[in-house]
Design a protein around this ligand. Structure first.
Ligand code: GLA
Length: 385
């Protein structure tokens, strides 16, 4: 009798804690301050899977099938926390904020107060600042799973005054992979107790041939944007919104990234590092199709859908040959970022869509990276018939 009771309770405990569909949780190391960092694996039955860690609510791996069903990790990153804490980490896969991208001279005025932020990208503030920026915090994780999806919800509190920003900010970032599609959705939400700027993105570096491949210059890109925000030499928007027509920034048709990069490389941006103004989303649609990226070799195709009004296309110009996962070298332009967001320095540009979150309101934003195999146009037309 006793034995049965023991066995039975054991089974109950086992099944409630580790059901087959639960995201796998592993230790990923400790921060330099000794805080343990956990990593979770989420995926679907096709082998499409991601690993996400609690430091910076960071997307660490993304395994995507190619035309032959072969999986490759398409994200730059490191094998452990100390890699992410090293100076080789240029925001790989992290949640960037409180305000991603640049704020001119690290200053803004809100409700009559002037706020001063760290200047960590001379002469500007970049990606939320230094040690208390969201990418450096260890977030709380709540994994979840059902027959429809697997995911992890990360949450953290950024106290009033951290990195110079006003208000206590409660933030959450939820990664979800549906059971029936090769896609990963990132949903952001935030609340504050004082008016404060919020602009969140993920800084994933993609190489659709697999991380460690030489360059992304042969990747083909289409951006659903007729306009962009021109900048000064420090990459701060002038406030104008201009057409891409007739410029090297025109990606309205699928274009090889390397085709015009040398001429754009001679500008202050030293490559693509531009905010595109996305064309308005179709009426009733939740998200806009922002970008389509194709690797002609593997035929992996990624579509970026978002609720955000802008996307920063950054062609990995500052990658410098640092050693990443498995000791692979991450050379100049061996990956690119497609960072969905509000326009840079919006807090100093009342003419741009506002990034100010007020007490009582909820910040919500969603981006989905969807993967499939690129098909020749003729095959697509054939299918439609
Ligand atoms: C963003 C910026 C770039 C660069 C990278 C990180 O994409 O726009 O200029 O700072 O982040 O290296």
């Amino acid at each position: 009798m006793k034995l049965w009771t023991l066995l039975f309770s054991g089974v109950v405990v086992m099944t409630s804690v580790v059901s087959a569909a639960d995201p796998k949780q592993e230790a990923f190391g400790k921060t330099k301050d000794g805080v343990p960092v956990e990593i979770y694996t989420i995926g679907n039955s096709s082998g499409f899977s991601a690993r996400v860690m609690t430091r910076g609510a960071t997307l660490v791996n993304l395994h995507v099938p190619d035309k032959d069903g072969k999986l490759a990790d398409v994200l730059l990153g490191f094998d452990n926390v100390s890699g992410y804490e090293s100076e080789g980490n240029q925001y790989f896969g992290c949640t960037t904020g409180r305000v991603c991208n640049r704020i001119a001279k690290g200053r803004f005025t809100l409700d009559g107060h002037e706020y001063t932020l760290a200047i960590n990208n001379e002469p500007n503030h970049l990606h939320g600042g230094l040690d208390k920026a969201l990418d450096k915090l260890v977030w709380k994780a709540e994994p979840f799973s059902s027959d429809k999806a697997q995911g992890v919800k990360f949450s953290c509190t950024s106290p009033d005054g951290d990195e110079g920003y006003p208000g206590t900010l409660e933030v959450s970032v939820t990664y979800t992979i549906p059971a029936d599609r090769n896609a990963i959705t990132i949903a952001y939400s935030a609340k504050t107790d004082k008016a404060t700027p919020v602009n969140l993105t993920n800084h994933a570096y993609f190489n659709l041939s697999g991380e460690g491949s030489a360059t992304v210059l042969d990747h083909m890109l289409r951006l659903n944007a007729d306009q962009y925000t021109p900048t000064d030499d420090t990459l701060i928007p002038t406030g104008k919104i201009e057409t891409v027509e007739g410029t090297d920034l025109d990606f309205r048709e699928r274009t090889r990234i390397g085709d015009r990069i040398e001429s754009i490389g001679k500008t202050a941006a030293i490559g693509y590092d531009h905010n595109y103004v996305l064309n308005p989303r179709a009426e009733g649609a939740e998200m806009t199709l922002a970008a389509v990226l194709v690797d002609p070799k593997s035929k992996r195709r990624m579509r970026v859908m978002t609720t955000e009004p802008g996307i920063q296309f950054y062609s990995g110009n500052f990658l410098k040959g640092q050693a990443g996962k498995g000791g692979k070298t991450y050379a100049h332009r061996s990956a690119l970022c497609l960072e969905t967001q509000h326009y840079p320095d919006s807090v100093n540009h009342p003419e741009f869509p506002s990034t100010i979150l007020k007490p009582g309101a909820k910040f919500e934003s969603k981006t989905s990276y969807q993967f499939d195999i690129d098909q020749p146009v003729s095959a697509v037309q054939q299918k439609k018939k």
